[in-house]
Design a protein around this ligand. Sequence first.
Ligand SMILES: [Zn+2]
Length: 326
Amino acid sequence: MSELHKFLFEGLPVRGMLVRLTDSWQEVLRRHAESGAYPSAVTGLLGEMSAAAVLMQGNIKFNGSLVLQIMGDGPLKLAVAEVQPNFGFRATATVTGEVADGVPLSQMVNVNNQGRCAITLDPQDRLPGQQPYQGVVPLYGDRREMLESLHEVLEHYMLQSEQLDTRLVLAANDQIAAGLLIQRLPSTGEANLSGTAAAQAREDAIGQSEDYNRIAMLAASLQREELLTLDADTILHRLFWQEPLQRFVPAEGLVRPRFSCTCSRERVGRMLHGLGVAEVESILSERGEVEVGCEFCGAKYRFDPVDAAQIFLSQPQQPPASDRLQ
Ligand SMILES: [Zn+2]
């Protein structure tokens, strides 16, 4: 069963999370298998993105979906992992060319250094016209050097956007997607400041916590193979047996992420409404019906001319921006 463990280090400004997606991750792959399995390097990246997105959703107090996307200029065009506040998640990737086994991030999605990583927070109770929050970073580092692993991209993002030291270890295969996150907590002094003063204090504190540096180094010693094969207790004990690690009691601290798709006939209807009546009528005249498949779960939604007419009668308003094609 999939699991997300939260923990902290007593008296130290460091917290952590460990995620293991097993049954839920296998379900993501099973749903996609009908239209052809992903190349193994893409499976690895998409699994790491799913684990990372669950960790990031677990790391924020936010009532809405967290969407992690990588858009690129290689054979992998787009990869998406989306996690709801209840840790239901879904993921999909669009591959248009050959991806050899074991290739790094750049060869999949950043051939000309034009790839991007976007993190979107879309509030559940968003007001009409309100835009979701989105942060976008390139897939290169401070000297424009290509970053070859997802964990580097996300650590860079966290540092730039949140001014928080973060260490991530991620690994995935076709059975399990797993991740370990270690993050420095803002000190109480920083928390009491507001606005630019707080940002400056966080900036000053980057890399300065010895406790964080030591624990992050221990975390980074975790091998991918260990992360993929060992259970949570064993991993945490091996890495941190000398540290004052405190697990949250299971009732609060252990959640079970699961595969869950948020697509619905209503959302597809809104998307078709957004396409416009002319476009939909042209598809109808060509094929007799409009069929939209969900990229995440494989569900098929069919609209005949009567259904389609209904869409334009009953939905006069503009669709919200979050209604993506899926
Ligand atoms: Zn779906």
